[in-house]
Design a protein around this ligand. Structure first.
Ligand code: BV8
Ligand code: ZN
Length: 254
């Protein structure tokens, strides 16, 4: 832990954090692979695909509507808050997330009194609070925000063409936005890279841990369980993010 704290104390240190569903677990958001990740015995990978949406858009939307209603009742936890504080305190701090729940953005807005921009929270997989037109009609923007919790009908309708809208997330088998991937890749050029609350199974997200190590970063994992990355990092801290991140923050400021 001291090796990490010493490096975080360097004011000019470039610090990058990658988060997964585990950082929101203490807020009550189900993880993907945790026991509570299952929904009606569907594996998330089978619902979070364009094929599944094409086959049964109503079923897929019921799943997203369920997750939206659940997430809407959740607040950022101390892990989100420490990371938001770090984005304010550290000159060279970057946050990459796989999460679509928007809790990092909420914590950022609380800590800075302004909305998080795309460089404040690098969102690899989009946002569950955004939608886009399934037809990609000419008049509709690429994505737009829609926080409706009880849609009149599922799938909801595109206000521009009357067709279906889809959740504004990146599904399995879909490529990530190239500029987002570039931002995340640039962020692996750092002195300290911390992976928090991810099983490190989904790519290209998990690949950024390897890239950071190859760029000479001191790599750290925070997770109560072993993951696909545990044996690759310089320091594996076993425990919940909502406890360990405040601990680390206290030691930095001590
Ligand atoms: C793509 C949005 C080009 C939707 C998501 C290379 C090798 C193998 C496979 C592939 C590869 N390259 C591409 C693939 C295919 C695929 C993939 O990675 N498949 C996996 C399953 C093997 N990747 C893709 O399809 C990507 N697209 O590559 O396009 C292409 C296309 C086709 C073929 C080749 C290339 C797109 C991936 C994005 C999919 N969308 N989300 C939605 O949310 O509905 S992914 C989704 O699942 C999440 O965003 C996240 O990324 C992932 C879940 O992982 P975690 O967040 O880590 O959550 P998990 O539950 O697994 O783990 C939680 C962890 O937290 C646990 O370790 C637990 O111990 C820990 N924890 C629990 N409590 C706490 C805690 N930690 C800290 N504190 C706590 N309190
Ligand atoms: Zn449309």
């Amino acid at each position: 832990m001291q090796a990490l704290v010493d490096r975080l104390r360097r004011p000019d240190a470039r610090i990058t954090v990658l988060t997964g569903a585990g950082v929101s677990a203490a807020s009550g958001v189900p993880t993907f692979r945790g026991a509570d990740g299952l929904w009606k015995n569907f594996r998330p990978e089978t619902l979070a695909t364009a094929e599944a949406f094409g086959r049964d858009p109503k079923l897929v939307w019921e799943w997203y509507a369920w997750r939206r209603s659940l997430i809407a009742a959740c607040d950022p936890n101390p892990a989100h808050r420490v990371l938001a504080e770090w984005s304010r305190r550290f000159e060279n701090f970057r946050l990459i997330t796989q999460n679509v729940d928007g809790l990092h953005e909420s914590a950022f807005a609380e800590a800075t009194a302004r909305q998080a921009g795309p460089s404040d929270v690098i969102r690899l997989h989009g946002s569950i609070w955004e939608v886009s037109c399934w037809q990609g009609c000419a008049k509709s923007p690429a994505r737009w925000r829609d926080e409706t919790l009880s849609f009149a009908e599922l799938p909801p309708r595109c206000p521009h063409c009357g067709g279906m809208v889809r959740p504004g997330v990146v599904w399995f088998g879909e490529t990530l936005e190239p500029d987002v991937v570039q931002q995340a890749s640039d962020a692996t050029e750092c002195e300290v890279f911390i992976t928090v609350g991810t099983s490190a199974i989904v790519y290209p997200a998990a690949g950024f841990i390897t890239a950071a190590r190859q760029n000479g970063a001191f790599t750290v994992e925070i997770n109560p369980e072993a993951t696909a990355a545990t044996h690759t990092v310089d320091l594996a801290l076993t425990g919940g993010a909502e406890k360990l991140l405040p601990d680390i923050d206290r030691q930095i400021s001590a």
